[in-house]
Ligand binder design. Sequence first.
Ligand code: F6P
Length: 565
Amino acid sequence: MASASRATPDKLPAWQALKQHADELKGVHLKTLFGSESSRWTHFTRHEAGLTLDLSKQRWDDDTLEHLLALAHDAGVPSAIDALLSGKRVNVSENRPALHTALRLPADATLNVEGEDIVAGVQESLAQMERLVCRLHAGQWRGATGKPIRHVVNLGVGGSDLGPLMVTHALADYRPDNIHPVEVHFASTMDGSQLADYLGRLNPETTLFVLSSKSFTTIDTLSNANTARDWLLGRLTQHSDFVSAPPVSAELIVRQHFIGVSASPEKMSEWGIAPDHQLKFWEWVGGRYSLWGTIGLPIALVVGMTHFRALLAGAHAMDRHFSEAPMEDNLPVLLALAGIWNVNFLDIRAHSILPYDGRLEYFAAYLEQLEMESNGKSVTRQGQAVNYSTCPVLWGQLGPNAQHAFYQLLHQGTQSVVCDFIAPLKRYDEVEDPDTRRHLKAQHRLALANCFAQSRVLMLGDDALEDDGPRPEHKRYRGNQPSTTVLLDKLTPTTLGALIALYEHKVFVQAVIWDINPFDQWGVELGKQIATDTQGIIDGQGDITRMDASSRGLIEAFWAAEQDG
Ligand code: F6P
């Protein structure tokens, strides 16, 4: 990351050059940039680790890229990459490294951080996770009444939920077929709605909860955990026709039906998690960067350790590329620079993530936290307020479904939006039934056709239509919306690992250029604190007259509803 003495990015010569360049280029329509130039695809597309990154539909040209690369250089991106990967304390406000990349280093690697080779510890934590996974997959993990566990419910939120949730859905095809069946579920919301559904239909004798929380203080997760614990105790310690076995102790129930995953073993023990059922990770792994280690237990339970390690290997391949490739061929750097150009020079501050593969159903939600909790910042690493834009508003949905939701805005709205289209080139080859395979492959082609067509219309507008005959204004398309397309050779654990790492490193490069810290999240602390105060008032322990009129009115409405019974 940049040194304390570095000027803020908007003072760098390359930034000034980009502002001037933007004044010249921003009025040029994307279709003009394409024009008859057939080499634009090869010029702005790169391939690495099973991914193809097509940046040709960004509203830029060679000069733009040259200026952006100069900006990256002036901002110290190459040395910042080295600092990140080598374990320097890049998370300045918490004075710690950000070493999610260390979690995916090969076993024979070494990484000396402040005098300690941390690879051995990473490998040991993976081995401990593997032992738990193997016990569950062998049907050897028994509940308190002696029955093998069949359902695992992950209780976590944010980085302790979104990564595992996204990956387990993306790789559901990779479930090993020779294991004791274990179904994995996720409950994250503090309102209990997801958990209530599971408690209403799962058998407590065969249900295990994974209490995933780096801090082990997150009220969302602890409230779910307390409800789950009381459900288990209530159902397994009383005699009922439900439980065939004799009464069992509360200690045995908590021991056999909870695994803890946290950076705080003390708090796990305090809560009651048995020490040998605790999986730990380090403070130098950020929550939203943590799926690569023991927080990834649900992933390993779904796909098995072999595929989990393939996920790590794919991310490591992208790490190697990030570390070694020159910036002009570096996929995360180029993806980051496209974002800097859109946000800071074209003033495009809406960014939509549009996967054209239902298995990536949760990818946009995952990126919402990764990008906006990392770079939704307005103070530099030196504590100065920024006077330029940082992270755009990022959202997304499965592309085909979004075509029936918000594409109207993309095509004919008043907002400039940059879109990331993501799709696999190959799919369904392993479907055994030939007829079903034929149909599904036709649907895969249909999805690709829509993916490619949408980015084309967003770029060209009316020019995408053959007959450009007279049409009323409400049927005209402005175009000029930039987009990126990321193609995966095929969606596998390896290419998914590379894809996630691509975005992690893109976020980091943008943070370096914006001179902000992507690894803390002080902005979410105040909300939690105020929520605790408000809960006290709702519960009648606080002074409601201190509240603003709206909060008072809302709380009184709740009280009135409670009164009505
Ligand atoms: O949203 C704030 C946050 O701290 C995230 O950074 C984190 O992923 C999430 O809450 C859950 O935190 P924990 O894993 O400590 O429960």
